[in-house]
Design a protein around this ligand. Structure first.
Ligand code: UDP
Ligand code: MG
Length: 314
């Protein structure tokens, strides 16, 4: 019998977990042709998430949990999920029921047909505001044009991954993780299905604008060196213009002489060049920071414990 792992990263989800479990249990009970594993990743929650999961583990031998030693963020929590999942395929799903469980049977169907990575594309963006929508659209077009991989807009972490994909993702141990890019990077046979993104059932989104902005920078710097290229091109163009301008000034001085003037233009040029230089330094700094982080070679997450019911089949 094939085993399906459901990987659920949870950070302060005490209000959602029981409803999520009810939905998932119905799914598991109606698809008895598979054996199921429900793997929670408790990402350093500081509410009752841990005790709710403990209760579930006692009630249901299919439930397991990896508890991280602190909050490492969703991207790291997902890697922990891939490391501990035992299934022939794994489905990653948010704890807040924004990812409709009703789409899972369709994913399984395509998996049975031989697809390795079945991902859900959002038909609507649920409760996201217009500002976030515009930002998202701009960002993906930037990412698409700067990186050589096709990161899809409106596709999140709700997907089914075959064992082949999980084992490959486990090899990619980078600490600054951008899973959306990694899914695209590993390749394999992909299949898209359409799903409606639901409203969050309880609690608040853990993503602040700043966190999203950081993830966005992560995305670009993980998969492309285009910003470095752009700053070199900019440097080259500005030097050419400056060179031409220098010749013009020398010629003017030689032909007509030059009374001391031109303070405004001088200021403009100095400020403009200063700005460009700082920007380029900042971009180089971004990449240097990544090298610094990766070179420390620390684990992406630290697991405090792995819990599973004693009666679970081994
Ligand atoms: N999450 C996590 N660690 C974090 C932040 C979020 O494991 O540091 C989990 C969270 O519990 C949820 C999923 O990641 O299951 C998606 O989080 P959220 O709903 O806050 O994000 P959004 O849906 O707004 O993108
Ligand atoms: Mg959510």
């Amino acid at each position: 019998m094939k085993t399906i792992s459901l990987i659920i990263p949870s950070y302060n989800e005490e209000e959602s977990l029981s409803m999520l479990y009810a939905g998932v249990r119905e799914l598991m009970d109606t698809h008895t042709q598979y054996s199921w594993e429900l793997l929670f990743i408790n990402d350093g929650s500081n509410d009752n998430t841990a005790s709710i999961i403990d209760n579930l583990i006692e009630q249901d031998p299919r439930v397991a949990c990896v508890e991280l030693s602190r909050n490492f963020g969703k991207e790291a929590a997902l890697l922990a999920g891939y490391d501990y999942a035992t299934g022939d395929c794994a489905i990653t799903l948010d704890a807040d029921l924004q990812h409709p469980i009703s789409c899972i049977p369709e994913m399984l169907q395509y998996w049975e047909q031989g697809y390795d990575d079945v991902y859900a594309r959002r038909r609507s963006r649920g409760d996201s505001g217009w500002c976030r929508k515009i930002f998202t659209r701009l960002y993906y077009s930037l990412l698409k044009h700067t990186s050589h991989i096709d990161v899809l807009p409106d596709v999140g972490d709700f997907r089914l991954l075959d064992r082949k994909c999980i084992d490959t993702l486990k090899l990619l141990r980078e600490q600054c993780r951008y899973n959306k890019g990694l899914y695209a990077w590993i390749g394999f046979r992909k299949k898209e299905i359409l799903c409606d993104q639901q409203q969050r059932i309880a609690g608040k989104s853990k993503w602040s604008f700043l966190k999203l902005f950081n993830l966005a920078i992560e995305g670009v710097t993980s998969f492309s060196t285009a910003p470095l290229r752009i700053s070199s091109i900019l440097g080259f163009v500005i030097s050419m213009v400056a060179f031409i301008y220098m010749i013009v000034i020398i010629a003017k001085t030689l032909i007509w002489g030059e009374p001391v003037a031109g303070y405004p233009s001088l200021m403009c040029i100095i400020l403009f060049l200063g700005g460009i230089q700082l920007l380029s330094l900042g971009i180089i700094g971004e990449y240097l920071g990544r090298i610094f982080n990766e070179s420390k070679n620390r684990p992406t997450y630290i697991a405090r414990q792995y819990k599973r019911s004693d009666n679970a089949e081994k």
